[in-house]
Design a binder for this molecule. Sequence first.
Ligand SMILES: N[C@@H](CCC(=O)N[C@@H](CS)C(=O)NCC(=O)O)C(=O)O
Length: 212
Amino acid sequence: MITLHHAPQSRSFRILWFLHETGLAHAVRYHSFGGKGLRDPDFLKISPAGRVPVVEVDGLTLFESGAILEYLAETRAPALTRTAHHAERGAYLEWLHYGETLAQHLAQLTFHHIVLRPADRSPVVQKLEALRLRRALEGLEAALSGDWLLKDFSAADIMTGASVDLARRFVPLEGLSRVSAWHARLIARPAFRAAQAEDGPAELYLQERYHD
Ligand SMILES: N[C@@H](CCC(=O)N[C@@H](CS)C(=O)NCC(=O)O)C(=O)O
C-alpha cells in the first residue's frame, strides 16, 4: 500500500493522478495549508521543508514530486518512464522537470493573487510572473508536435500537465493551440478525472481565473 500525503490543488495532485493512471492501491492523508499541520515536528521528519507531496512506499518516505514520480514509475510503471539508454531518456527528464519551471511562477502568482493580504500584493510581480509563465508556455507550444510530450503518454505529461492545468487560471491559453489541445487531452483522461474526484475540497484557488 502506498500512502500519499496530499493537500488539495497542490503539486501532490501529480502523484494522485499517477496513482490513478496506474491503478496502484493507495491511501491519502489529507493536509491543509490553513493549519499548522505541515509545520508539525512529526511531518517535518518526513518532509524537511514541510511541503507536500510525501509518499510512504517500500519502507521509505519520499518527498519532491518529480523524485516520487521517477521512483514510482521506475519501480511500478515501466510504460510511464524512459529508463537509462532509452532514446527518449533525455527528453523525458527535461519535460518531467519542466513542470517545476512552470511551478515556480505559479507559486509567485499564488502568493500575489491569493495568499498575501491585498495590501502586500504586488501588481508588478503579478504582471511579470504572468509574462514569464506565458513565455515558458510558449516554449512548450514550440516543443509539442504530437499528442503527448514524448511519442507516447508518460509521467512527464503528468508532471508538466498538472502545472499547465493550474497555469490556465493565471494566463489565457489563447494562441497556444498545441498546448490547449494537449491540455484538453490530458483532462479528458479517466485517471485525471478520478484524481480530481479524490483531490479534496478546494481551499486555495476559489476562482476559475485570476486574469482578465
Ligand atoms: N519541488 C517540490 C515543491 C513542493 C511544494 O512547494 N509544495 C507546496 C504545495 S504545491 C507546499 O507544500 N507548500 C506548503 C508551504 O509552502 O508551506 C515538489 O515538487 O514536491
